[in-house]
Write a new protein. Structure first.
Length: 296
C-alpha cells in the first residue's frame, strides 16, 4: 500500500475562527453544525487511522487577519508537542503595500512552507471570498507574491474557472514561485459548458511549469463523497498536469461533514488505481513531499 501524504487538512480551535462562533454564516460547503467545535490533532489522527497517512500539511483556516502569526505559532506548537502536522501553509495579506514584514514574522516558524490568500470570486455570493474577481492582476499583490521566492515558499492558489486565465498570468509573472492550485480548480459547474470552461482553464494553468494541482475538496459543491466525480476530476487533472504535478489533499474536517476519512481515501485510491505504481506514488506521496519540502 502506497503511503499517503495529506497535502491539505485543517485543525482548529473554535474560539479562533470567526465563522465558527456566533450566528451561523452561509458557507460554500453548506450547513456546518457538526464542525462548529474544536477539531484537534488527536481527532484528526483518529480519523486517519488505518489509511496509511504518514505525513500531513496544515493549510490556514482564516483566523482574524491580525492574528496570522498566532495561527502559525499555534500549529507549530502543536507539531512540537505531537509530531503532527509536518508542514504549514500560513496566511499573509498580500494586498498590503509590502508583505515582507509579515513574511519575516512567519519565518520564525520552521514548518512554514507556503502561504495562502484565497483569491476565488464567483457570481454566486455564497461562493465568493475575494473582494473582486481580478485580484490576481493587482500589481501590488503580484509584487508581494514574487517576494515568496526569497523565502523559498509556495503560494496556494484558489480560483474558479473564469479566473484561471488571470491566475496563469500571475504564475507567469512569478516564475520563481511554485503555485499549488487548490481543489483541482474548484469545478462547480458540471454542465457541458462549465466543464469545458474548467478544462480550458486547467490547460492554461498547466502550461505554467510552476503550477501544480492539488486533488482535494471535491465534495465541496456536491456536499457528498462521490467516487465517480472524484475519478472524473482526478483523471482529467492528471491527464492535463501529469502525475508528477498532482498531489492528494483531504480537506478534513470539511469533508467530514459528509464522509469518513477512510471512504474518502478509498475513493482516491480507486481513482488513481489505473495509473502506474510510479504515478500513484507521485500523486499520493512524492509530489506533496517535494513541493512542501517535508523531511522523510
Amino acid at each position: 500500500m502506497i503511503p499517503i501524504v495529506d497535502g491539505h487538512h485543517h485543525i482548529w480551535r473554535q474560539a479562533d475562527l470567526p465563522w465558527l462562533v456566533g450566528p451561523m454564516q452561509p458557507r460554500i460547503f453548506g450547513p456546518y453544525e457538526p464542525i462548529r467545535r474544536d477539531y484537534s490533532i488527536d481527532e484528526y489522527r483518529s480519523d486517519i487511522a488505518g489509511s496509511d497517512v504518514v505525513k500531513s500539511v496544515y493549510v490556514q483556516t482564516n483566523w482574524s487577519r491580525e492574528r496570522f502569526e498566532d495561527e502559525a505559532a499555534w500549529v507549530q506548537r502543536t507539531a512540537q508537542a505531537t509530531g503532527w502536522p509536518h508542514a504549514i501553509v500560513a496566511y499573509a495579506d498580500f494586498s498590503t503595500p509590502d508583505v515582507r514584514p509579515q513574511l519575516d514574522r512567519l519565518a520564525r516558524y520552521d514548518l512554514v512552507r507556503g502561504l495562502r490568500m484565497q483569491l476565488h470570486w464567483h457570481d454566486n455570493p455564497l461562493y465568493r471570498f475575494a473582494a473582486r474577481p481580478d485580484l490576481a492582476a493587482d500589481p501590488v499583490l503580484r509584487r508581494n507574491i514574487r517576494h515568496l521566492a526569497e523565502y523559498g515558499w509556495s503560494f496556494d492558489l484558489q480560483v474558479f474557472a473564469r479566473q484561471m486565465a488571470g491566475a496563469a498570468d500571475l504564475a507567469e509573472d512569478c516564475p520563481n514561485v511554485t503555485f499549488v492550485l487548490q481543489h483541482a480548480g474548484m469545478l462547480e459547474d458540471l454542465s457541458l459548458q462549465g466543464r469545458a470552461e474548467w478544462r480550458a482553464g486547467m490547460v492554461r494553468l498547466a502550461a505554467c511549469p510552476n503550477v501544480v494541482a492539488k486533488l482535494s475538496g471535491l465534495g465541496t459543491f456536491l456536499h457528498r463523497n462521490d467516487p465517480k466525480h472524484v475519478a472524473d476530476v482526478v483523471r482529467e487533472t492528471v491527464g492535463i498536469f501529469g502525475a508528477g504535478r498532482c498531489l492528494f489533499g483531504s480537506n478534513f474536517p470539511i469533508e467530514k461533514l459528509w464522509t469518513s476519512y477512510g471512504a474518502l481515501v478509498e475513493a482516491y485510491r480507486d481513482a488513481v488505481g489505473h495509473f502506474t505504481p510510479e504515478e500513484q506514488q507521485a500523486i499520493l506521496n512524492d509530489t506533496a513531499m517535494r513541493i512542501y519540502r517535508i523531511a522523510p
